[in-house]
Structures are given as C-alpha cells and as structure tokens.
Write a new protein. Structure first.
Length: 293
C-alpha cells in the first residue's frame, strides 16, 4: 500500500459529506478534473474502491464506510492542532472569518467591520452571510452570530444583542389602503412575511394574529427581500427596527404592542479565545453595537 496523502483524505471526507464529486470539489476549491484524479489516486493507493458511483451521487462502499470514522478522527486531531496554533497568535494581523445572517451582516456588522479594519490594516475580515450554520470545530468560521444558542462544550458564547422588531409599511401602500388603515381584522390588508418553513417564528405568528383576515402577498426567507417588497407597496411587514428605518418605511408599531424581538448570540471556539484579532473584534463590535438595536 502506498503512503496516504492527507489532502486526498480531506477530499474523501468532503465527497462522503456532500454526496457528489462536484460539490466536494467546490468546497475544497478544486477543479472537478483535479478532484477526480486525486480520488482515483487515493483509491489506487488503498487498493479498493471507496465509493460506488450511482446516478444519485457517490455512495460509500463497505471499505469506504470502514475508512470514514478513522479519517474523521484524523481530521479532528488536525483541526485541533490548527486551532491550538492559531489561537496562540496574539498579533493583530491575518485573516478573520465571520458569519451571520444577510441583513445583520450588511446593516449591523459591515459598518463596524469597516472601522475595525481601518484601525487594524493588517487584518483581513471575511464576512459570510449565510443561513447555513457554519461549523466552529472545523473552522468554517472563527466568529459566528446567530439567532439561537450554540451547542457543544467547546464553544464560548453569550447573548450579543437584542433585536427589536416593528410593524412597517410604505407610505404609498397606506395611502392606497386608506387613512383608516383597513378593518380591525385586516381584511383589506396584504402581508409580507416569512416563507412556510418559518411559520412558527414568534413575529410571524404575531402578524397573523393581528390581521387574521389579511392575505399574504409576498413570502421569503430573506428579510431584505421582505423589506424591499414592503418598500414597493406589497403590504405590511414585521422587520427589525433598524432595517425598517434604513429602508425609509413608515413605522406603525404601537407602544405596548410591539412584535416579539429576537436575541443574537455570539460564539467562537474555546481554542481561539487568546487569538488577538478575534478578541479585538469582539470588543470592537460590543462597544460599537451595544446591547439592543
């Protein structure tokens, strides 16, 4: 048996997780021909086929399934070593990868990231706006902001900021509906809301409870799509207050009857707690954004 190459084992793991050679190649930033060539080389080195090629994708063979947990343990140890060495770097230089939702990254984080890199020009910040929950153990991100607490004993986390929500509409929409704002049950209203996967969210339920007879006009899992549709007169929308203000929407929120807000959690791997650029970024964002927006 030939000596195994760790980079080829990383490819093996990526294919096992993604199910296709194309998706694995994209994740590792390889061309598909290169990924295919390296997989063939790995299988030749092992002397067995690790995947069954099917129309639905790549499936592990028995030999591949037996290899998977060992490769995963190697990956865990390699990642732990990387975090250990990176986490001991206290210099304010190098790359820092952040992850958040799209609207929070653009409206809330980006302005403060700009001031941070102006203060620390040797730091490069990569901001990934994605609904996908990136893996801190695998260093898919160094610092993550999300709408739920993290799980796992190795994650340092805390509530970062409370986001207030409000009820918004465009002035043109209100003029069209009429000065009385429509009947109390909302029969003349149209609603802009989250898509069906998020019907259980508190702010979605709040909007439906207030206007049970209103019709849905636009649904999207993207808050900025909702804000844009609302701005163009599609209907009422519950949005973060900071977003409604930026889009120039009419704030219809009544004191004592606000939509339920949400907490944004901050998290990073415990191995990175001494990483200078990470600690500086957390302090900078905490000072600039505060406890409520």
């Amino acid at each position: 048996m030939k000596r195994l190459d760790w980079d080829d084992l990383r490819l093996f793991l990526a294919i096992a997780r993604a199910g296709t050679l194309t998706a694995a190649a994209e994740r590792l930033q390889l061309s598909q021909p290169t990924a295919g060539r390296r997989l063939r080389g790995l299988e030749q080195a092992c002397g067995v086929a690790l995947f069954q090629r099917t129309p639905a994708g790549f499936r592990l063979t028995d030999e591949g399934a037996a290899m998977l947990p060992r490769a995963e343990r190697m990956e865990e140890e390699t990642l732990a070593l990387e975090r250990q060495f990176v986490g001991s770097d206290r210099a304010l230089q190098g790359q820092l990868r952040l992850s958040s939702s799209d609207w929070f990254g653009r409206i809330v984080l980006a302005p403060h990231i700009a001031t941070f890199v102006a203060l620390h020009p040797q730091v490069t910040v990569e901001l990934i706006t994605d609904f996908r929950l990136l893996d801190l153990d695998r260093r898919e991100a160094d610092l993550v902001f999300r709408l739920a607490a993290f799980h796992g004993p190795d994650i340092v986390q805390r509530r970062f900021v409370h986001v207030r929500y409000g009820l918004f509409a465009a002035r043109a929409y209100l003029d069209r509906v009429g000065p009385d704002g429509a009947a109390a049950d909302g029969a003349r209203h149209r609603l802009v809301s989250m898509d069906s996967r998020f019907e259980a969210l508190p702010d979605v339920a709040w909007l439906r409870d207030r206007y049970p007879e209103a019709r849905l006009s636009v649904r999207s899992n993207n808050r900025e799509v909702q804000a844009e549709a609302c701005r163009h007169g599609a209907g009422l929308a519950v949005l973060p207050r900071v977003m409604g203000a930026q889009y120039g929407l009419e704030d219809l929120t009544r004191a004592g009857d606000e939509p339920p807000g949400r907490d944004i959690w901050l998290g990073y791997h415990a191995d990175l707690k001494r990483l200078g650029r990470l600690r500086s970024m957390v302090d900078h964002l905490s000072a600039g954004i505060g406890g409520t927006i």
